[in-house]
Design a protein around this ligand. Structure first.
Ligand code: ADP
Length: 442
């Protein structure tokens, strides 16, 4: 009886063990099948992304937070001269070597990949030159975008390198022609202007009233021609990256205040009011409708002289096209953007013209513009300068009521601004400091 019981228990145990083994076997098979499907899926996805990356006409480089290259596509390999298998796992700074148009080596704080990685902000540089492994120089347009995790910490950076050598050569030829022509023509124009001024000077010439009137007109036209050549020269420089550019950390609120004070006299001369607005909420197309003031300090990395040029240009236009009323210069911003605006209560701009306004030589065809002199290059130059600092410029206007020109520039947090300033000071004090690199927009 006892032995029968043992046989039954052993039998049950054997059945149980057998069952467990069978279940494990089945579930392992299922898991294997699942893992297999997953692996297959992953392989398909990898194949897909490899196909995309390999057929990309732009160089793609992905580096992790330790600057180590994790992805390097064939175009990146062709541009840099580094075979993919050698570039992978190297520090990207060994592989992506950049100089500016004058051949000066990029400092770390100017390297777009470095800036995107350090500050978690997308950066574009359209004036860089890539030095390949065998010392070839290739003009490139680089965009660097940080990869952020859920906590907004930077996990790495994606760099896209586009070979723009041909475009730059063509641009250079065009710009060289315009520069030479306008430079050569400025000299005789200045001479004509000088002689006309002498002819109108009572102390050296005697002329009748009619002649004075004609000479005055000729003098005005010559001045206009001189301005045109100057604008042509500036626009050619803005196009081929020769515009003098020394970006530093600038507190825009203070700069705008100084500019407004400097321009007050010009507005007063025409009998226009001038106001300086801080932290208001102007409407803005394509952006949060109301930008709130988060911090009173509006830091931007830019060349203050270039921004002064832009604001002065917008202000001059506002005065030119406002017969009576008010011109306002203002600043506002949110966490990411500093917004400057120049507002007037003048003639306004027809809706059809707005999208063409920032093109070269575009002038609105109206009685106002026909009687008011201009070259149609001012807003084009403004756009080129603003884009140099990864900014955006646009206008909102209502015919007969006035116009507001907006400029958005990437904002630096106070902490970022301080660490950038510190990095610049440290670099300047370092005995191995390189000379400042003037032509590198960030
Ligand atoms: P311009 O030398 O003709 O002023 P810009 O490039 O500075 O050249 O401006 C292009 C055109 O845009 C001007 O001719 C004018 O028609 C229009 N414009 C610019 N600013 C204003 C403004 N504040 N109000 C009305 N029209 C403007």
């Amino acid at each position: 009886m006892y032995s029968l019981l043992i046989v039954i228990v052993v039998g049950i145990l054997l059945l149980l063990v057998g069952g467990v083994i069978l279940i494990r076997h089945i579930s392992k098979k299922r898991n294997d099948k699942k893992t297999g499907v997953l692996t297959q899926k992953l392989e398909v996805e990898k194949l897909k992304s490899d196909i995309v990356l390999n057929s990309f006409e732009d160089g793609v480089v992905v580096a992790d937070a330790n600057n180590v290259i994790q992805v390097f596509n064939p175009t990146a390999s062709r541009l840099t001269g580094w075979p993919q298998n050698e570039a992978l796992n190297l520090d990207y700074r060994t592989v992506i070597k950049l100089v500016d148009s004058k051949g000066e080596v990029y400092k770390n704080e100017d390297n777009p990949l470095d800036v995107a990685l350090k500050f978690g902000k997308p950066v574009r540089d359209n004036a860089a030159v890539l030095v390949s492994r065998d010392d070839n120089r290739i003009s490139v347009d680089i965009s660097a975008s940080p990869m952020l995790d859920d906590n907004n910490s930077t996990m790495g950076v994606v760099g896209i390198l586009r070979d723009v050598s041909l475009e730059r050569k063509e641009e250079k030829k065009r710009a060289d022609f315009i520069s030479t022509a306008s430079h050569e023509m400025r000299t005789p124009v200045a001479a004509i202007e000088g002689y006309l001024a002498l002819a109108m000077n009572d102390k050296v010439s005697t002329i009748d009233v009619k002649a004075r009137e004609y000479l005055q007109k000729a003098h005005t036209a010559t001045q206009h021609l001189g301005e045109l050549f100057q604008d042509l020269l500036t626009s050619a420089k803005a196009e081929d990256g020769r515009l003098i550019n020394h970006p530093v950390v600038v507190e825009m609120g203070k700069l705008l205040e100084q500019i407004t004070e400097d321009l007050r006299f010009v507005a007063q001369k025409k009998g226009l009011g001038l106001e300086h607005i801080i932290g208001s909420e102007p409407s803005s197309e394509g952006n949060p409708k109301h930008l709130k003031v988060v911090q009173p300090l509006y830091y931007v990395r830019t060349d203050p002289n270039r921004i002064r040029e832009v604001l002065t240009n917008l202000f001059d236009n506002a005065v030119k096209y406002t017969p009576a009323g008010m011109v306002s210069l203002g600043i506002t911003g949110d966490k990411n953007v500093v917004q400057l605006f120049v507002k007037d209560t003048g003639s306004g701009i027809p809706a059809d013209d707005i999208s063409h306004l920032f093109q070269k030589f575009y002038r609105v065809d109206s009685t106002a513009t026909r009687t008011i002199g201009g070259t149609g290059l001012g807003l084009f130059i403004c756009r080129k300068i603003v884009e140099l600092y990864n900014g955006r410029i646009w206008v909102e206007s209502e015919l007969g009521k006035g116009s507001t020109f907006y400029i958005n520039l990437p904002r630096l947090s106070t902490q970022m601004a301080q660490s950038m300033e510190q990095a610049i000071t440290d670099a300047a004090q370092s005995p191995t400091a390189l000379a400042p690199k003037p032509n590198n927009p960030v």
